[in-house]
Design a protein around this ligand. Structure first.
Ligand code: ZN
Length: 400
């Protein structure tokens, strides 16, 4: 079990806004991206050659090489140096991570993998600027190299900006994402605790009936439409080495747009719910759910996993921001234990069985409500008094 009470003290938050770049600005961003992509690919080639020759290829060497490349090529020097230096730094970071995973002898599929060449058609444009590479003036974002961008200020931006990322998403929209120090905003104490269980039927079942979160109905229709686009893409998939057909690109664009829309709705619902939970409770005992992305998962299961993932993240972030005490509880056996007496059922309940009945103490309650109460017990809290205020809970043996 992990406690996240003080984890947010040194954290960072991202504030993201939509950009409305003029055609001039868009062309300038893409030209910067072409140069940064070239720098990245040079880094890949250099580090591969260094690896073969058993030479060191750290950020210092690459930084020096950038100076050389800029001296040799006028077109590279025509671009701002800040995003190119950031490219080197990002490359060094991802290379170091890959090397660390190799040293740690992680299984192949868990390793980060060495940085690879970025393909012009497949890699999404991303430019990073440190504090000296951008400024805000007259409500617009000025990037090094004289690129001026119109920002849609959908919410207030805090001061103390440390860096900025400008990127284009798969449906083709441009965004800017500012990094700011995470602020903590303590809320008044409530003296109450809540247990949260994630599931396929409801996104969250909690020890408080007023805080349960059902799966959104729109999620199912969106999942069906997404499945249709994916089938269209599979049918129109270009053969290896051939350019994608118009029909394939259209289906891919529709799928990307829908994906984005669903993710946004999901995040919006998750944040609103998390805000409510964090406002009403000081202590949160939350199932540490980890989705298993199985190839055999149904569309409904995948959609449910994605909704749970987004909601769990939102709850953790919200608890951190408002300095609430959040315990992550290991999910093993949470559906088999009795929240009232702690006895463990001999067999896991089939998913179709919606009621948990304890063979030891005879307590009977909806399956997910029992699991939510088990979260509280596991976090060392007393589910009685939290839920319906049952004072008659025997001091039975508690699950570890
Ligand atoms: Zn029991």
């Amino acid at each position: 079990m992990t406690t996240l009470r003080d984890a947010g003290k040194t954290g960072h938050a991202r504030y993201t806004y939509r950009l409305r770049p003029s055609s001039t600005a868009r062309a300038a961003l893409l030209a910067e991206w072409d140069r940064c992509r070239w720098v990245w690919n040079q880094c890949v080639a250099t580090s591969r050659a260094a690896h073969t020759a058993r030479q060191e290829c750290g950020p210092v060497r690459l930084d020096k090489m950038l100076t050389g490349w800029r001296g040799d090529h006028d077109w590279l020097r025509a671009g701002a140096s800040v995003p190119q230096q950031q490219t080197i730094r990002d490359f060094a970071k991802s290379r170091a991570k890959a090397l660390k995973d190799i040293t740690a002898r992680l299984p192949m599929r868990q390793r980060a993998g060495m940085p690879r060449f970025k393909n012009k058609d497949r890699a999404a444009p991303t430019l990073n600027y440190t504090r000296r590479g951008f400024r805000l003036a007259g409500g617009r974002l000025h990037l090094a190299g004289g690129i001026i961008l119109t920002v849609v200020w959908s919410r207030d931006l805090p001061a103390d900006l440390s860096s900025v990322r400008v990127y284009r998403d798969s449906p083709g929209h441009w965004y800017v994402s500012f990094v700011v120090p995470a602020r903590s905003e303590p809320l008044p104490e409530t003296g109450r605790a809540i247990g949260v269980d994630w599931g396929v039927k409801e996104v969250a079942t909690t020890t408080s009936d007023a805080h349960d979160l059902p799966h959104p109905r729109c999620g199912r229709t969106a999942a069906a439409r997404l499945a249709r686009y994916q089938k269209m893409m599979a049918r129109r998939k270009p053969s290896k080495g051939k350019p994608a057909s118009k029909g394939y690109r259209k289906a891919a664009r529709l799928a990307a747009r829908l994906h984005k829309k669903v993710a946004r709705q999901r995040q919006d619902t998750a944040r609103k719910w998390a805000k409510k939970v964090v406002r009403d409770f000081d202590v949160l005992a939350v199932e540490d759910f980890k989705p298993k992305f199985l190839a055999t998962s149904t569309m409904a299961r995948k959609a449910a996993d994605a909704a749970i993932g987004a909601t769990k993240t939102a709850l953790i972030e919200m608890a951190r921001k408002h300095r609430r005490d959040l315990h992550l509880v290991h999910p093993a056996h949470t559906t088999m234990d009795c929240a009232r007496c702690g006895a463990r059922a001999e067999h896991a309940l089939p998913l179709s069985e919606r009621t948990y009945t304890c063979t030891a103490c005879g307590a009977s309650s909806p399956r997910d409500k029992n699991s939510a109460r088990v979260m509280l017990v596991r976090a060392g809290l007393d589910p009685a008094g939290v839920d319906r205020g049952r004072p008659d809970v025997p001091p039975g043996r508690q699950a570890a």
